[in-house]
Ligand binder design. Structure first.
Ligand SMILES: N[C@@H](CCC(=O)N[C@@H](CS)C(=O)NCC(=O)O)C(=O)O
Length: 229
């Protein structure tokens, strides 16, 4: 069985879990939270050269990085594919997956997670309110404005669910767990994407399974109540 090292509320671990669920792939989740020192296995640096989660093991084959893992799983289990086949749709999906991990996560979700969860709860350091304010007032409008401009009323790349929808939605879920709710009137198409995507059976299953961690970490999962009821 596939092993996935990671944490269910992690944006990139969730991305891999959703792809496994869509493809009906059984997996074993091995809990690893890199910011909690005792939680990493002794050979962690061998498994994850970056120290980041997720890592996947398929037998002897080990792969770090969610994008590489999802691309691998799409080759080993092609149906349903999460990468469009038309060249432009395929390239758009790769671009938005990259934008989700490189910009939406790095510039928005990661700093807000760090300042509101990691610093106060794990490092026992004060949050940097100035950094939070900068992300919310300067970075969010820019990043969400771009995503809103590429959102239609369907999928982000092509006419079916793709890795782009999964990657963007996974970030938005974690952001809302932190209490930074998406402004539906300002970013209505993005809100529509979030709303549609979290209602997919694979998302519902994954989100339901992570609610225990959400509660243990004191995150805000109430927005999912109508979806998971
Ligand atoms: N490019 C990597 C990014 C992975 C990543 O940033 N993971 C986060 C959790 S979502 C992490 O491990 N954070 C722990 C840390 O920054 O120490 C991927 O897509 O897998």
């Amino acid at each position: 069985m596939l092993k996935i090292y990671g944490a269910p509320v992690s944006v990139h671990t969730r991305k891999v879990i959703i792809v496994c669920k869509l493809k009906g792939l059984p997996y074993q989740l091995v809990p690893v939270v890199p910011v909690v020192p005792g939680s990493v296995p002794p050979n962690w640096r061998e498994l994850s050269p970056t120290g980041l989660i997720p890592v996947m093991q398929d037998g002897e084959f080990t792969l770090a990085d969610s994008s590489a893992i999802c691309a691998y799983l799409d080759r080993t289990h092609p149906r349903p594919s999460v990468y469009p086949s038309a060249p432009r749709d395929h390239a758009t999906a790769l671009w938005l997956e990259q934008y989700a991990g490189g910009t939406l996560f790095r510039q928005v979700v990661h700093p807000l997670f760090h300042e509101t969860v990691v610093s106060p709860n794990l490092l026992h350091e004060p949050s940097n309110a100035h950094r939070v304010d900068d992300v919310v007032t300067r970075v969010v409008p820019e990043v969400f404005g771009y995503l809103e401009s590429v959102c239609g009323n369907g999928h982000l790349a092509g006419s079916a669910l793709s890795i782009a929808d999964i990657a963007v939605t996974s970030n938005l879920v974690t952001l809302q767990y932190l209490g930074f709710m998406l402004d539906h009137s300002r970013f209505s198409k993005l809100a529509g994407l979030l709303d549609r995507t979290i209602r997919l059976p694979a998302f519902i299953e994954a989100l339901r399974a992570e609610q225990q961690s959400v509660q243990q970490m004191g995150l805000k999962g109430d927005f999912l109540k109508p979806v998971l009821a």
